[in-house]
Design a protein around this ligand. Structure first.
Ligand code: NAP
Length: 279
């Protein structure tokens, strides 16, 4: 199975590294010639270029561009493909992408690997990024079974944990555990920046350690990715943010009223619940 990758950044580069290591031939397309050369040099792809025509002979193509560029890329790509070519994307939001691509290409299934890091671009790509992590496909009733199976083969080669659900259910679920964390973490960083005493702010910056590193990581990542989450998953994100705000209001009230029993119960519940999300 010959693999194509459009967008040789963090996710596209990491997919290329692992699939090549598993023996799949990989062709890459980037908009920049120097990235193509660098991707070949690093063993991310066997060959690469700036022309989407290079993907004409591939069997499975991963679209790994920013969310806003996925549909325009597919529109440019499809005229170069044979009818059997399977397309998938890796975008963090699924409903809008799946709805827009369905009329353009039958052998398409939306996908989302739940792996990543704060850095972006080819330099951030690394091997084994997907091993043991969830990789979700979001077929519709019209998606051919054979299309799903082709992408599954690659997901198993990445050693990811396979899941399947409807695009809308994916977007509601990731609003809770991926998109809400980006904005709660970003709000944590901006709240710290509201400190008006420069001496206290300097001390806070100096004292920040593992707790701050953990809780600020996703809020300090790519602004482009966060913007795409908000724009393309607006309804589900707003719902989770308003529930989060109400939880914060309850915490504030419990602390203001010195209601230590309620606060302790809350922290006991969250301590018990956390492993359910991470096991
Ligand atoms: P990235 O490192 O910035 O890579 C995206 C690549 O797409 C860039 O290297 C760029 O390559 C290309 N690109 C940028 N703008 C483009 C445009 N307008 N048209 C065509 N190509 C363009 O980003 P990423 O983190 O890999 O994210 C890629 C996708 O993965 C996104 O859809 C995101 O939602 C999804 N995702 C991200 C994460 C994460 O943690 N970052 C996790 C799961 C899924 P060239 O400049 O070389 O063309």
């Amino acid at each position: 199975m010959k693999i194509g990758i459009v967008g040789l950044g963090l996710i596209g580069g990491s997919i290329g590294l692992d699939l090549r290591a598993k023996g799949f031939p990989v062709v890459g397309v980037s908009r920049q010639a120097h990235i193509c050369q660098e991707a070949v040099r690093r063993g991310v792809v066997d060959s690469a270029g700036i022309d989407l025509k290079l993907l004409a002979t591939t069997d499975l193509i991963f679209i790994c561009t920013p969310i806003g560029a996925i549909v325009p890329t597919v529109k440019q790509l499809v005229s170069h493909l044979t009818i059997d070519t399977v397309l998938t994307d890796v975008g963090s939001v699924k409903t809008a992408v799946v709805e827009a691509i369905a009329p353009l290409w039958q052998n398409f299934v939306g996908g989302h690997p739940m792996a990543g890091r704060a850095e972006s671009g080819l330099d951030a790509a690394e091997p084994n990024m997907f091993a043991g992590k969830a990789y979700i496909l979001t077929p519709t009733d019209a998606t051919p079974r054979a299309t799903i199976e082709v992408v599954q083969r690659a997901i198993f080669a990445l050693e990811a944990k396979y899941y399947q659900c409807r695009p809308e259910d994916h977007d509601s679920a990731v609003a809770w555990i991926s998109h809400l964390p980006v904005f709660s973490s970003a709000s944590l960083i901006s709240a710290c920046l509201q400190e008006t005493d420069p001496k206290i702010l300097a001390l806070a910056e100096a004292f920040a350690s593992s707790g701050f590193r953990d809780t600020s990581r996703v809020g300090g990542g790519s602004p482009e990715l966060g913007m795409m989450m908000a724009q393309y998953n607006q309804v589900a994100l707003l719902r989770s943010l308003s529930v989060y705000r109400s939880q914060l209001d309850q915490v504030i009230a419990e602390i203001e009223q010195a209601n230590w029993t309620a606060l302790e119960q809350r922290l006991q519940q969250t301590q018990v619940a956390r492993p359910q999300f991470l096991s």
